[in-house]
Design a binder for this molecule. Structure first.
Ligand code: ACO
Length: 403
């Protein structure tokens, strides 16, 4: 029997602090008029509390998605967190989310495809479900871009914002859900949008820090040209792949980077009427991989999506990457509110997950003290020693050679 991947839960989270274009006028040489007329952005959310991070926001969005779906964290098989502003190079942000949710049976990893990452992750999750490898997959897009943009560079810092969005994808026998996807990349354009330092090519040094190489660098005009072309092409391709026409599409949710890019690609080139294009970047700016799930949540809340609607998510980003997916919406909207006792049970499970995590950390500390003694007692097996791997083995090998 065919297995379909349906979005059955959704959730989003944005930090409280609103940073308006007018606020930015006091920080850099810019104006509300310039920013709004070039991008369509009026304000963005910024995680000013240092305790608020990509993982904490991702966890809140994911917990909301599970609540809507009525699925417990224990039933999740896989967590994919798409982000360009992870907590660390490693461990993966997804693992921190797994721990915070207490998703005891879930694999977890991060996905790096910049703003296209959320659609890449959806595509991967759909394949896992279709092959039977997973039943429930949490797909998250989360960013704290405010911590990697250069607040003295007016050509980039005005564009970005922080936030997170998540969906729960579940296996279903009901035809629909994710119908088709298109993924693409062109690495020859990698330098157009990058974070040069902090990786293996340019490890962190005093020079890279003083040279501000740990911040986003972008050739805005070149990215703009690429984006307007690729958003239209990818949308056309995915609609065709799904066996639909552009007229069949009820709502397009494009990556919320710039209202002019959306206007030029989706409205002018594809001739999609404005009322079928969802835009909310005026209030959030470009939240990179979080922008589509954030917009999806708002589209649902504002009644723009109903069962059996055909949707397209389309995105572009650093890499260069692009991605589009066509969806037949299967979940009922609005969703009934969970009973108070179910909600209390859910909150109790998160509390238990936190306690379990703390106990595990403590036990691991205790274990490592005991292990210190035992690890030093472990000897290499004979065959490694003969090969000269290990002190004693080397000696023995030398002795044998000398005999
Ligand atoms: N305030 C005031 N003036 C500014 C600002 C600012 N914030 N930024 C630039 N300017 C000035 C420039 O210095 C330039 O001045 P000059 O002519 O004296 O040199 C002038 O405004 C025009 O600059 P342009 O770069 O030509 O402006 P443009 O119309 O191209 O808009 C923008 C710039 C908004 C960055 C546009 O190119 C764009 O949106 N590009 C795409 C960016 C994008 O979407 N990136 C995200 C990719 S997705 C991801 O993976 C994160």
């Amino acid at each position: 029997m065919a297995r379909y991947a349906q979005i059955v839960g959704w959730g989003c989270y944005v930090p409280e602090r609103v940073l308006t274009n007018r606020d930015l006028e006091g920080i850099i040489d810019t104006s509300d008029d310039w920013i709004f007329s070039r991008t369509g952005i009026r304000e963005r959310r910024i995680a000013t509390n240092p305790r608020e991070t990509t993982a904490t926001m991702a966890t809140k969005a994911a917990a909301a998605a599970l609540r809507v779906a009525g699925v417990s964290a224990n039933e999740v098989d896989l967590i994919i967190c798409s982000t360009s502003s992870p907590e660390h190079q490693f461990p993966a942000t997804a693992c921190l989310v797994q721990d915070a949710l207490g998703a005891e049976h879930a694999g977890a990893f991060d996905l790096s495809a910049a703003c296209s990452g959320f659609v890449y992750a959806l595509t991967l999750a759909r394949s896992m479900i279709a092959t039977g490898a997973a039943q429930n997959v949490l797909v998250i897009g989360s960013e704290t871009l405010s911590r990697i943009v250069d607040w003295s560079d007016r050509t980039t810092c005005v564009l970005f914002g922080d936030g997170a969005g998540a969906v729960l994808l579940s296996a279903s026998e009901e035809p629909g859900g994710i119908l088709a996807s298109v993924l693409g990349s062109d690495g020859s354009g990698g330098e157009l949008l990058s974070l040069p330092a902090g990786g293996s090519r340019m490890p962190t040094t005093l020079e890279t820090v003083t040279g501000r190489q740990h911040y986003v660098k972008m050739d805005g005009a070149a990215v703009f040209r690429f984006a307007t072309r690729i958003m239209a092409t990818a949308t056309r391709e995915v609609v065709q792949k799904a066996g639909l026409t552009l007229d069949d599409i009820d709502l397009i949710i494009p990556h919320q980077a710039n209202a002019r890019i959306i206007e030029s690609s989706v409205h002018r080139q594809l001739k999609i009427p404005r009322e079928k294009i969802f835009i909310n970047l005026e209030r959030y700016g470009n939240t990179s991989t979080a922008s589509i799930p954030l917009a999806l949540c708002e589209a649902i809340e504002s009644g723009r999506i109903k069962k059996n609607d055909h949707l397209v998510f389309v995105s572009f980003g650093a890499g260069l990457t692009w991605a589009a997916t066509a969806i037949k919406w299967g979940a009922p909207v609005p969703v009934s509110q969970p009973k108070w006792w179910k909600e209390a049970q859910r909150q109790g499970a998160y509390g238990a997950a936190r306690a379990r995590s703390t106990v595990r950390r403590l036990l691991r500390k205790y274990d490592s003290l005991a292990e210190d003694i035992r690890v030093s007692e472990i000897e290499l097996p004979e065959r490694f020693r003969v090969l000269g791997l290990g002190k004693r083995g080397v000696k023995k090998h030398e002795q044998n050679g000398n005999e």
